[in-house]
Design a protein around this ligand. Structure first.
Ligand code: CDP
Length: 258
């Protein structure tokens, strides 16, 4: 029989259950969010989650081409997930991969329930997602950023969508796995929710978990999503505070300057 060689397993937790980047099991990676980062898009957002860096740009609602794809009673939401050639360790071919096609579909389906698509029959709402640097969990970070970009575009939403994965590393349930943890862990469970509505819009699993572990991981991911939701809300509120203060500064200048 052929002798299989398994790569030596990396120890992902120390004796205090701290992870290689110093995080506790229930800790998110540091997250930075920005909205309105692209001048030519109708709405845009940027996310950094640990070492992952992703841009999302929304165009629309606009006329749909080719027209035969138009839906008579609602808009067509189309998300396109792409990774830059330099975003991963081993250069990614610029040709769209099967993984990118699958993730585009998964991300579209995670966002669609939050969008009032019926408001725009026959139209198209396009969301372009560009992964600039990937370090695990990019489908979830993409959903978080795309939902902010849709809000930034002024598209009516039932709720924001917040996403993060939980998983299993060295036999323990952990939140927001990095690429190294994903590759060397035992399971990964990406989750997206509409937090105010209490709806789950994405649930996938890769690897093996017991039923109890699955429930623990799902609950941990939902808690993580709720924390991300607070950050998303804050950044949107901040945007409107900034617009308001810019507008009142302009009004003051006009009044004083004549
Ligand atoms: O990114 P996400 O966890 O949603 O999806 P995945 O298919 O589980 O990929 C996990 C990670 O593998 C990505 O975030 C990248 O860091 C890495 N990857 C890579 O190194 N090269 C690729 N061609 C695709 C993914």
């Amino acid at each position: 029989m052929e002798d299989f060689h398994f790569p030596s397993q990396i120890k992902l937790l120390n004796e205090d259950n701290l992870r290689l980047d110093g995080r506790r099991l229930d800790e998110l990676r540091p997250i930075k969010l920005e909205v309105g980062v692209l001048a030519r898009a109708d709405g845009s957002a940027y996310i950094e989650q640990g070492k992952s860096k992703i841009l999302a740009a929304v165009y629309g609602p606009r006329e749909l081409h080719p027209r035969h794809l138009a839906q008579p009673d609602e808009a067509l939401l189309q998300c396109i997930y792409r990774m830059a050639t330099f975003s991963v360790e081993e250069r990614k071919s610029p040709a769209p991969s099967r993984r990118e096609t699958e993730l585009s579909k998964v991300i579209t389906e995670a966002l669609a329930p939050a969008v009032f698509l019926k408001y725009y029959p026959r139209a198209s709402i396009d969301v372009y997602i560009q992964v600039i640097q990937a370090d695990g969990g990019t489908r979830c970070s993409s959903i978080t950023a795309a939902s902010l970009a849709l809000a930034d575009a002024g598209i009516p939403l039932r709720d924001l969508v917040s996403a993060v994965a939980a998983g299993k590393i060295d036999g323990k349930i952990a939140l927001d796995l990095s690429d190294l943890e994903d590759k060397n862990g035992q399971a990964d469970l990406p989750v997206a929710i509409m937090p105010r509505k209490g709806l789950t819009t994405l649930l996938q699993m890769d690897g093996m978990m017991t039923r109890e572990e699955f429930i623990e991981a799902y609950e941990l991911a939902v808690k993580g999503c709720q924390k991300i939701y607070e950050m998303q809300r804050e950044i949107l509120i901040q945007k409107y505070i900034d617009i308001q203060s810019e507008a009142s500064e302009e009004a003051d200048e006009q009044e004083n300057g004549g």
